[in-house]
Design a protein around this ligand. Structure first.
Ligand SMILES: *Cc1c(COP(=O)(O)O)cnc(C)c1O
Length: 397
Protein backbone atom coordinates (compact mmCIF):
# COMPACT_ATOMS: atom_id res chain seq x y z
CA UNK A 1 0.00 0.00 0.00
CA UNK A 2 1.18 3.50 -0.82
CA UNK A 3 -1.13 5.91 0.98
CA UNK A 4 1.04 8.89 -0.07
CA UNK A 5 -0.62 8.88 -3.50
CA UNK A 6 -3.96 9.70 -1.89
CA UNK A 7 -4.51 13.29 -0.78
CA UNK A 8 -4.41 13.07 3.00
CA UNK A 9 -7.86 14.55 3.64
CA UNK A 10 -9.16 11.68 5.76
CA UNK A 11 -8.19 10.48 9.23
CA UNK A 12 -8.21 6.78 8.43
CA UNK A 13 -8.01 3.83 10.77
CA UNK A 14 -5.50 1.06 9.96
CA UNK A 15 -8.21 -1.35 8.87
CA UNK A 16 -8.82 -2.40 5.29
CA UNK A 17 -11.71 -4.65 4.37
CA UNK A 18 -11.85 -7.18 1.59
CA UNK A 19 -15.37 -8.55 1.89
CA UNK A 20 -18.74 -7.88 3.47
CA UNK A 21 -21.76 -9.98 4.24
CA UNK A 22 -24.91 -8.74 5.96
CA UNK A 23 -23.92 -6.62 8.95
CA UNK A 24 -20.30 -7.86 8.91
CA UNK A 25 -17.09 -6.70 7.27
CA UNK A 26 -14.01 -8.93 6.93
CA UNK A 27 -10.35 -7.91 6.68
CA UNK A 28 -7.66 -9.80 4.74
CA UNK A 29 -6.80 -11.84 7.82
CA UNK A 30 -10.40 -13.02 8.00
CA UNK A 31 -11.17 -11.06 11.15
CA UNK A 32 -14.80 -9.90 11.22
CA UNK A 33 -16.28 -6.64 12.41
CA UNK A 34 -19.89 -5.86 13.20
CA UNK A 35 -20.63 -2.84 11.04
CA UNK A 36 -22.65 -0.19 12.93
CA UNK A 37 -21.17 2.50 10.70
CA UNK A 38 -22.59 1.20 7.39
CA UNK A 39 -20.30 3.43 5.34
CA UNK A 40 -21.91 6.37 7.18
CA UNK A 41 -25.54 5.30 6.85
CA UNK A 42 -25.10 4.06 3.28
CA UNK A 43 -25.29 0.24 3.43
CA UNK A 44 -28.93 0.20 4.49
CA UNK A 45 -29.31 -3.45 3.44
CA UNK A 46 -25.91 -4.45 4.81
CA UNK A 47 -23.20 -5.86 2.56
CA UNK A 48 -23.68 -8.10 -0.48
CA UNK A 49 -27.45 -8.19 -0.11
CA UNK A 50 -28.55 -10.95 -2.54
CA UNK A 51 -31.27 -8.85 -4.20
CA UNK A 52 -28.85 -5.97 -4.86
CA UNK A 53 -26.08 -8.28 -6.06
CA UNK A 54 -28.43 -10.08 -8.42
CA UNK A 55 -29.89 -6.82 -9.75
CA UNK A 56 -26.57 -5.11 -10.46
CA UNK A 57 -25.17 -8.20 -12.20
CA UNK A 58 -28.25 -8.54 -14.34
CA UNK A 59 -28.29 -4.84 -15.28
CA UNK A 60 -24.53 -4.89 -15.97
CA UNK A 61 -25.17 -7.40 -18.76
CA UNK A 62 -27.71 -5.06 -20.38
CA UNK A 63 -26.85 -1.37 -20.08
CA UNK A 64 -24.70 0.64 -17.66
CA UNK A 65 -24.89 4.18 -18.83
CA UNK A 66 -26.71 6.25 -21.36
CA UNK A 67 -27.21 9.96 -21.39
CA UNK A 68 -30.14 11.93 -20.07
CA UNK A 69 -30.50 12.94 -23.72
CA UNK A 70 -32.68 9.81 -23.82
CA UNK A 71 -35.52 8.42 -21.73
CA UNK A 72 -34.32 6.16 -18.94
CA UNK A 73 -37.25 3.95 -17.88
CA UNK A 74 -35.59 2.88 -14.61
CA UNK A 75 -35.17 6.54 -13.68
CA UNK A 76 -38.84 7.27 -14.29
CA UNK A 77 -39.77 4.23 -12.22
CA UNK A 78 -37.54 5.21 -9.28
CA UNK A 79 -38.85 8.79 -9.40
CA UNK A 80 -42.44 7.55 -9.48
CA UNK A 81 -41.88 5.35 -6.43
CA UNK A 82 -40.14 8.10 -4.44
CA UNK A 83 -42.86 10.57 -5.36
CA UNK A 84 -45.56 8.11 -4.32
CA UNK A 85 -43.81 7.48 -0.98
CA UNK A 86 -43.41 11.19 -0.21
CA UNK A 87 -44.91 14.69 -0.45
CA UNK A 88 -43.13 15.33 -3.75
CA UNK A 89 -44.24 15.58 -7.36
CA UNK A 90 -40.87 15.17 -9.10
CA UNK A 91 -37.26 14.11 -8.72
CA UNK A 92 -33.84 15.09 -10.02
CA UNK A 93 -31.11 12.44 -9.83
CA UNK A 94 -27.45 13.12 -9.17
CA UNK A 95 -24.58 11.18 -7.56
CA UNK A 96 -24.09 12.41 -4.01
CA UNK A 97 -25.61 14.18 -1.05
CA UNK A 98 -23.80 17.44 -1.70
CA UNK A 99 -25.13 17.52 -5.25
CA UNK A 100 -28.66 16.85 -4.00
CA UNK A 101 -28.38 19.80 -1.59
CA UNK A 102 -26.78 21.89 -4.34
CA UNK A 103 -29.79 21.14 -6.56
CA UNK A 104 -32.11 22.23 -3.74
CA UNK A 105 -30.21 25.50 -3.30
CA UNK A 106 -30.27 26.24 -7.02
CA UNK A 107 -33.95 25.34 -7.14
CA UNK A 108 -34.75 27.80 -4.33
CA UNK A 109 -33.14 30.66 -6.27
CA UNK A 110 -34.77 29.58 -9.52
CA UNK A 111 -38.21 29.29 -7.90
CA UNK A 112 -38.13 32.92 -6.84
CA UNK A 113 -36.82 33.92 -10.23
CA UNK A 114 -39.75 32.10 -11.82
CA UNK A 115 -42.37 33.73 -9.57
CA UNK A 116 -40.96 37.20 -10.17
CA UNK A 117 -38.98 37.73 -6.96
CA UNK A 118 -35.39 37.35 -8.19
CA UNK A 119 -34.13 39.43 -5.25
CA UNK A 120 -34.81 36.42 -3.01
CA UNK A 121 -31.64 34.31 -2.98
CA UNK A 122 -30.61 34.05 0.68
CA UNK A 123 -31.05 30.85 2.69
CA UNK A 124 -31.48 30.55 6.44
CA UNK A 125 -29.25 27.72 7.70
CA UNK A 126 -28.46 26.26 11.11
CA UNK A 127 -25.50 26.18 13.43
CA UNK A 128 -23.72 22.79 13.53
CA UNK A 129 -25.27 21.90 10.18
CA UNK A 130 -23.69 19.64 7.59
CA UNK A 131 -24.71 19.67 3.94
CA UNK A 132 -21.69 18.33 2.03
CA UNK A 133 -18.29 19.49 0.76
CA UNK A 134 -18.89 21.42 -2.46
CA UNK A 135 -18.25 25.14 -2.23
CA UNK A 136 -21.94 26.00 -1.86
CA UNK A 137 -22.65 23.23 0.63
CA UNK A 138 -19.66 24.01 2.89
CA UNK A 139 -20.85 27.60 2.78
CA UNK A 140 -24.30 26.37 3.88
CA UNK A 141 -22.81 24.17 6.62
CA UNK A 142 -20.42 26.89 7.69
CA UNK A 143 -18.28 24.79 10.02
CA UNK A 144 -14.91 26.41 10.69
CA UNK A 145 -12.90 23.26 9.89
CA UNK A 146 -14.72 22.82 6.56
CA UNK A 147 -14.47 26.40 5.28
CA UNK A 148 -11.13 27.70 6.57
CA UNK A 149 -8.84 28.53 3.65
CA UNK A 150 -11.59 27.98 1.08
CA UNK A 151 -12.88 31.55 1.18
CA UNK A 152 -14.48 33.49 -0.34
CA UNK A 153 -17.51 31.35 0.37
CA UNK A 154 -20.72 31.29 -1.62
CA UNK A 155 -22.75 34.28 -0.51
CA UNK A 156 -26.26 34.23 0.87
CA UNK A 157 -26.39 32.06 3.98
CA UNK A 158 -27.80 33.41 7.26
CA UNK A 159 -26.99 31.15 10.19
CA UNK A 160 -29.12 30.77 13.31
CA UNK A 161 -29.11 28.32 16.25
CA UNK A 162 -30.72 24.93 15.50
CA UNK A 163 -34.09 24.47 17.18
CA UNK A 164 -34.90 28.15 17.66
CA UNK A 165 -37.94 29.27 15.65
CA UNK A 166 -37.72 32.90 16.74
CA UNK A 167 -34.16 33.12 15.45
CA UNK A 168 -35.35 31.88 12.04
CA UNK A 169 -38.20 34.39 12.07
CA UNK A 170 -35.77 37.24 12.77
CA UNK A 171 -33.37 36.04 10.06
CA UNK A 172 -36.05 36.05 7.33
CA UNK A 173 -35.88 39.22 5.26
CA UNK A 174 -36.92 40.53 1.84
CA UNK A 175 -34.04 38.58 0.21
CA UNK A 176 -34.77 35.22 1.87
CA UNK A 177 -35.47 32.38 -0.55
CA UNK A 178 -35.53 29.31 1.68
CA UNK A 179 -34.91 27.65 5.02
CA UNK A 180 -32.51 24.68 4.92
CA UNK A 181 -32.47 22.31 7.89
CA UNK A 182 -31.66 18.70 8.81
CA UNK A 183 -34.58 17.13 10.73
CA UNK A 184 -31.87 15.35 12.71
CA UNK A 185 -28.45 16.97 12.67
CA UNK A 186 -26.13 14.11 11.82
CA UNK A 187 -22.54 15.32 11.72
CA UNK A 188 -23.66 17.85 14.33
CA UNK A 189 -24.11 15.01 16.84
CA UNK A 190 -27.48 13.27 16.26
CA UNK A 191 -29.47 16.26 17.45
CA UNK A 192 -33.18 15.69 16.85
CA UNK A 193 -35.31 18.72 15.94
CA UNK A 194 -37.21 19.75 19.08
CA UNK A 195 -41.01 19.20 19.20
CA UNK A 196 -42.95 21.72 17.13
CA UNK A 197 -39.87 23.25 15.52
CA UNK A 198 -40.22 21.89 11.99
CA UNK A 199 -43.95 22.63 11.81
CA UNK A 200 -43.27 26.17 13.02
CA UNK A 201 -40.72 26.47 10.19
CA UNK A 202 -43.40 25.19 7.80
CA UNK A 203 -45.73 27.96 8.96
CA UNK A 204 -42.97 30.58 8.61
CA UNK A 205 -42.17 29.38 5.07
CA UNK A 206 -45.86 29.63 4.11
CA UNK A 207 -46.20 33.06 5.68
CA UNK A 208 -43.27 34.43 3.64
CA UNK A 209 -43.69 32.34 0.47
CA UNK A 210 -40.22 30.85 0.85
CA UNK A 211 -39.21 27.20 0.39
CA UNK A 212 -38.74 24.77 3.26
CA UNK A 213 -35.87 22.42 2.39
CA UNK A 214 -34.99 19.38 4.48
CA UNK A 215 -31.58 17.76 4.15
CA UNK A 216 -32.49 14.10 4.56
CA UNK A 217 -29.30 12.80 2.97
CA UNK A 218 -28.62 10.82 6.14
CA UNK A 219 -32.03 10.63 7.84
CA UNK A 220 -34.09 9.67 4.78
CA UNK A 221 -34.91 6.26 3.29
CA UNK A 222 -36.08 4.47 6.45
CA UNK A 223 -33.04 5.30 8.60
CA UNK A 224 -35.26 6.70 11.36
CA UNK A 225 -37.93 4.01 11.09
CA UNK A 226 -40.14 6.12 8.82
CA UNK A 227 -39.56 6.32 5.08
CA UNK A 228 -38.55 9.95 5.63
CA UNK A 229 -37.59 11.58 8.93
CA UNK A 230 -40.02 14.45 8.36
CA UNK A 231 -42.87 12.01 9.00
CA UNK A 232 -41.91 12.03 12.69
CA UNK A 233 -42.47 15.78 12.88
CA UNK A 234 -45.77 16.29 11.02
CA UNK A 235 -44.07 18.93 8.90
CA UNK A 236 -44.04 18.62 5.14
CA UNK A 237 -41.22 20.31 3.22
CA UNK A 238 -41.22 21.69 -0.34
CA UNK A 239 -37.91 20.05 -1.19
CA UNK A 240 -35.75 17.27 0.25
CA UNK A 241 -32.23 16.15 -0.53
CA UNK A 242 -31.56 12.39 -0.42
CA UNK A 243 -28.52 10.25 -1.06
CA UNK A 244 -26.71 7.92 1.34
CA UNK A 245 -29.12 5.00 1.70
CA UNK A 246 -30.74 5.36 -1.72
CA UNK A 247 -28.25 3.23 -3.63
CA UNK A 248 -27.36 0.92 -0.72
CA UNK A 249 -23.69 1.58 -1.64
CA UNK A 250 -24.09 2.68 -5.24
CA UNK A 251 -23.62 6.47 -5.42
CA UNK A 252 -27.06 7.98 -6.04
CA UNK A 253 -28.28 11.39 -4.96
CA UNK A 254 -31.78 12.71 -5.43
CA UNK A 255 -33.60 15.96 -4.93
CA UNK A 256 -37.37 15.63 -4.49
CA UNK A 257 -39.70 18.60 -4.78
CA UNK A 258 -43.25 19.71 -5.29
CA UNK A 259 -44.12 20.88 -8.80
CA UNK A 260 -44.54 24.39 -7.41
CA UNK A 261 -41.03 24.47 -5.90
CA UNK A 262 -39.54 22.96 -9.06
CA UNK A 263 -41.30 25.29 -11.49
CA UNK A 264 -38.05 27.04 -12.42
CA UNK A 265 -36.22 23.82 -13.27
CA UNK A 266 -36.96 23.90 -16.97
CA UNK A 267 -35.04 22.40 -19.92
CA UNK A 268 -31.36 23.20 -19.78
CA UNK A 269 -31.35 24.68 -16.25
CA UNK A 270 -29.67 21.76 -14.47
CA UNK A 271 -27.98 18.48 -15.37
CA UNK A 272 -25.71 15.66 -14.28
CA UNK A 273 -23.89 13.35 -16.70
CA UNK A 274 -24.04 10.26 -14.50
CA UNK A 275 -27.18 11.22 -12.57
CA UNK A 276 -29.92 8.64 -12.91
CA UNK A 277 -28.06 6.26 -15.22
CA UNK A 278 -29.52 2.79 -15.85
CA UNK A 279 -27.06 0.91 -13.62
CA UNK A 280 -27.65 3.21 -10.67
CA UNK A 281 -31.40 3.29 -11.18
CA UNK A 282 -31.61 -0.50 -11.27
CA UNK A 283 -29.86 -0.63 -7.90
CA UNK A 284 -31.99 2.21 -6.48
CA UNK A 285 -35.14 0.39 -7.50
CA UNK A 286 -33.85 -2.81 -5.92
CA UNK A 287 -33.13 -0.95 -2.66
CA UNK A 288 -36.71 0.39 -2.69
CA UNK A 289 -38.07 -3.14 -3.30
CA UNK A 290 -36.87 -3.90 0.23
CA UNK A 291 -37.33 -0.54 1.95
CA UNK A 292 -40.89 0.00 0.73
CA UNK A 293 -42.04 -3.58 1.37
CA UNK A 294 -44.93 -3.96 3.79
CA UNK A 295 -43.68 -4.17 7.38
CA UNK A 296 -40.09 -3.05 6.76
CA UNK A 297 -40.31 0.21 8.70
CA UNK A 298 -42.31 -1.49 11.43
CA UNK A 299 -39.46 -3.95 11.87
CA UNK A 300 -36.96 -1.08 12.10
CA UNK A 301 -39.01 0.59 14.83
CA UNK A 302 -39.03 -2.70 16.75
CA UNK A 303 -35.27 -3.15 16.33
CA UNK A 304 -34.76 0.46 17.34
CA UNK A 305 -36.75 0.04 20.54
CA UNK A 306 -34.65 -2.97 21.56
CA UNK A 307 -31.36 -1.26 20.75
CA UNK A 308 -32.30 2.05 22.36
CA UNK A 309 -33.50 0.37 25.56
CA UNK A 310 -30.32 -1.69 25.85
CA UNK A 311 -28.16 1.38 25.20
CA UNK A 312 -30.12 3.29 27.84
CA UNK A 313 -29.18 0.59 30.37
CA UNK A 314 -25.52 0.84 29.41
CA UNK A 315 -25.59 4.63 29.79
CA UNK A 316 -26.96 4.15 33.32
CA UNK A 317 -24.34 1.54 34.14
CA UNK A 318 -21.35 3.61 32.98
CA UNK A 319 -21.99 7.27 33.83
CA UNK A 320 -18.22 7.88 33.75
CA UNK A 321 -18.14 6.96 30.05
CA UNK A 322 -21.54 7.83 28.61
CA UNK A 323 -23.98 10.69 29.12
CA UNK A 324 -27.01 9.82 27.02
CA UNK A 325 -28.42 7.96 24.05
CA UNK A 326 -30.33 10.02 21.51
CA UNK A 327 -31.71 9.83 18.00
CA UNK A 328 -34.57 8.15 16.17
CA UNK A 329 -34.91 4.71 14.61
CA UNK A 330 -31.48 3.38 13.73
CA UNK A 331 -29.86 6.80 13.64
CA UNK A 332 -28.55 6.82 17.19
CA UNK A 333 -25.88 8.68 19.08
CA UNK A 334 -24.10 7.95 22.33
CA UNK A 335 -22.97 11.19 23.91
CA UNK A 336 -19.73 10.47 25.76
CA UNK A 337 -18.20 11.84 28.94
CA UNK A 338 -14.80 10.58 27.77
CA UNK A 339 -13.45 11.41 24.30
CA UNK A 340 -15.72 10.03 21.56
CA UNK A 341 -12.69 9.10 19.42
CA UNK A 342 -11.25 7.03 22.28
CA UNK A 343 -14.51 5.14 22.65
CA UNK A 344 -14.87 4.68 18.88
CA UNK A 345 -11.28 3.32 18.59
CA UNK A 346 -11.77 0.94 21.48
CA UNK A 347 -15.07 -0.35 20.10
CA UNK A 348 -13.35 -0.95 16.78
CA UNK A 349 -10.57 -2.93 18.45
CA UNK A 350 -13.25 -5.03 20.14
CA UNK A 351 -14.96 -5.67 16.78
CA UNK A 352 -17.67 -3.02 16.49
CA UNK A 353 -17.47 -0.28 13.85
CA UNK A 354 -19.09 3.07 14.69
CA UNK A 355 -18.54 6.69 13.59
CA UNK A 356 -17.85 9.79 15.63
CA UNK A 357 -19.69 13.06 15.12
CA UNK A 358 -19.96 16.51 16.68
CA UNK A 359 -20.88 17.23 20.31
CA UNK A 360 -18.65 14.33 21.47
CA UNK A 361 -21.00 11.70 20.10
CA UNK A 362 -20.36 8.16 18.86
CA UNK A 363 -22.88 7.38 16.12
CA UNK A 364 -24.55 4.01 15.70
CA UNK A 365 -25.85 3.65 12.14
CA UNK A 366 -26.31 -0.09 11.65
CA UNK A 367 -27.69 -1.64 8.47
CA UNK A 368 -31.49 -1.46 8.68
CA UNK A 369 -31.70 -5.24 8.35
CA UNK A 370 -30.05 -6.09 11.68
CA UNK A 371 -31.86 -8.45 14.02
CA UNK A 372 -31.76 -9.34 17.69
CA UNK A 373 -28.50 -11.31 17.38
CA UNK A 374 -26.59 -8.33 16.00
CA UNK A 375 -28.08 -6.09 18.68
CA UNK A 376 -27.02 -8.52 21.40
CA UNK A 377 -23.51 -8.72 20.00
CA UNK A 378 -23.18 -4.94 19.69
CA UNK A 379 -24.49 -4.39 23.20
CA UNK A 380 -22.08 -7.00 24.55
CA UNK A 381 -19.14 -5.25 22.84
CA UNK A 382 -20.20 -1.80 24.05
CA UNK A 383 -20.74 -3.13 27.57
CA UNK A 384 -17.34 -4.85 27.72
CA UNK A 385 -15.59 -1.81 26.25
CA UNK A 386 -17.23 0.59 28.71
CA UNK A 387 -16.39 -1.72 31.59
CA UNK A 388 -12.76 -1.90 30.55
CA UNK A 389 -12.54 1.86 30.07
CA UNK A 390 -14.17 2.45 33.46
CA UNK A 391 -11.59 0.15 35.10
CA UNK A 392 -8.74 1.98 33.35
CA UNK A 393 -10.02 5.44 34.23
CA UNK A 394 -10.60 4.35 37.88
CA UNK A 395 -7.10 2.95 37.96
CA UNK A 396 -5.63 6.22 36.75
CA UNK A 397 -7.18 8.46 39.45
C1 LIG B 1 -23.38 12.91 4.07
C2 LIG B 1 -24.24 14.11 4.08
C3 LIG B 1 -24.19 15.06 3.06
C4 LIG B 1 -23.18 14.99 1.94
O1 LIG B 1 -23.29 13.86 1.18
P1 LIG B 1 -22.08 13.45 0.18
O2 LIG B 1 -22.61 12.25 -0.53
O3 LIG B 1 -20.88 13.19 1.02
O4 LIG B 1 -21.87 14.62 -0.72
C5 LIG B 1 -25.08 16.12 3.11
N1 LIG B 1 -25.96 16.24 4.12
C6 LIG B 1 -26.03 15.35 5.13
C7 LIG B 1 -27.05 15.54 6.21
C8 LIG B 1 -25.18 14.26 5.15
O5 LIG B 1 -25.23 13.38 6.16
Amino acid sequence: MNPAVIMPTYARSDLAFVRGEGAYLYDAAGRHYLDFCSGIAVNVLGHAHPHLVHTIKEQADKLWHCSNLYHIPGQERLAERLVKASFADMAFFCNSGAEAVECALKMARKYHHAVGQPERFRVVVMENAFHGRTLATVSAGGQEKHVKGFEPLVDGFDRVPFGNTEAVRSAIGPQTAAILVEPIQSEGGIRVAPPGYLSELRALADEHDILLVFDEVQSGLCRTGHTFAYEWFRSVPDVIALAKGLGGGFPIGCCLATARAAQGMTIGTHASTFGGNPLGMAVGNAVLDVLLAEGFTRAILHTSRLLTAALGQIVQTYPGILVEVRGLGLMLGLRCSISNTVLCDRLQRTGLLTAVSGDNVVRLLPPLIIGENEIEEAIDIIDRTCKQLTDEYDHNV
